[in-house]
Design a protein around this ligand. Structure first.
Ligand code: SAH
Length: 350
């Protein structure tokens, strides 16, 4: 226990540990360490962001995907997936509704849909920015060429989320088919950053075959890359994937890592994810209390929410988005936090 506590102190001071130290932190996780980490993470988060929580409206624009990631419910081999693609008009309508609900960031997420061409996306981006010049747009459309990322940036995109999925190269191969590459995914993250996007990485906790050493690599990667955003959530099996019988990740490990990530890079925008809210009824509250400061409620048209099924039992697929946001605001108030209306950019302090 003593060693664990001194590692936590040193993480708080230096915002860095060695790979073996990170691994020790993960292997020796216990409730007491989790409480201590959460306390320290909350202090750091509060110093930068006060008690405010940023919200983003998530719009799932297409579930068509050319990839076959073993864990994902919208993988191309899933014949049971009912495919859809929102029209530009539908996307603008979602933004309009979101705007009236107080959202000032829209996250456009999709599978790697070949029909979402640069031209089509640039038109959508320009229209959203024209309709809502005071809003930020985050893209989460998977791997594209550097030229494509540049065009989308020039058309007005502000941020890009691309989870690295795992910083263990071997582990990456166990989660993805051979035509997908760890190096390419990492290259995309470097490209996004150098173009000027606020860039987000991330990974699933408890994904199949994940070891403490893989997680230590994830933490080391976050320490060196210093992402503006970092999405982490538990793996949840989907019945029509090769990983249907794999056990889900757990909320406690996710929260533990949220705290560690807050200590590694205090300004990071850290969502309490929908997957965390799915695995535990109070998952998002727990995530916030562990150091997260962002929520991403679903703004997609209710008619498609069930179709964008990365994993089974996803929450908020039936609710009206208005209800969802109000309910979330109340739930956050109950734990002492306040959802604010604003773009919610990262605050980098010296
Ligand atoms: N096509 C985009 C968006 C992917 S969906 C891209 O490649 O970035 C967003 C994230 O959902 C993925 O990065 C993955 O980490 C997560 N995800 C996919 N399947 C999941 C599952 N079964 N359980 C939990 N999270 C999952």
């Amino acid at each position: 226990m003593e060693k664990l506590l001194s590692l936590i102190d040193s993480l708080e001071e230096r915002h860095a540990l060695s790979l073996t130290e990170y691994e020790y932190l993960i292997d020796n996780r216990c409730p007491e360490a989790a409480r201590l980490l959460a306390r320290k993470a909350s202090v750091l988060r509060r110093r930068i962001y006060g008690n405010t929580i940023y919200v983003r409206g998530l719009i799932e624009i297409s579930n068509v995907c050319r990839n076959d990631c073993f864990y994902c419910g919208i993988r191309k081999s899933n014949r049971d997936c009912d495919r859809y693609r929102l029209s530009p008009g539908q996307i603008l309508e979602c933004c309009k509704e979101g705007y009236s609900l107080g959202f000032r960031t829209f996250v456009l997420q999709s599978g790697e849909d070949p029909l979402l061409t640069d031209d089509a996306l640039c038109d959508i981006l320009r229209a959203v920015k024209k309709q809502h010049p005071d809003c930020a747009v985050t893209l989460s459309l998977g791997e594209r060429s550097r030229g494509s990322y540049q065009k989308l940036f020039d058309a007005g995109a502000d941020r890009y989320l691309l989870r690295h999925e795992t910083a263990g190269k071997e582990h990456y191969r166990k989660l993805h088919p051979p035509d997908m590459s760890y190096d390419h995914r990492m290259q995309c993250l470097q490209d996004l950053r150098s173009i000027g996007y606020q860039t987000g990485c991330g990974f699933m906790t408890g994904s199949p075959y994940q070891t403490a050493s893989d997680l230590a690599r994830d933490l080391k990667f976050i320490e060196t890359f210093q992402p503006d955003m970092c999405g982490i959530g538990p793996f949840i099996p989907h019945k029509s994937t090769p990983f249907s019988h794999m056990p889900p990740g757990d909320a406690a490990l996710t929260c533990y890592l949220l705290s560690v990530i807050r200590l590694i890079y205090p300004p990071v925008l850290l969502p309490a994810t929908t997957a965390l809210g799915t695995i535990a009824p109070d998952g998002r509250e727990k995530g916030i209390l562990a150091g997260a400061n962002v929520l991403m409620p679903n703004l997609s048209p209710v008619s498609v929410r069930k179709k964008y099924e990365l994993y089974n039992n996803k929450i908020c697929t039936g609710d009206e988005s208005a209800q969802c946001r109000e309910q979330l605001a109340k739930r956050m108030e109950a734990i002492g936090y306040e959802i604010i209306t604003g773009r919610g950019d990262i605050i980098k302090t010296a």
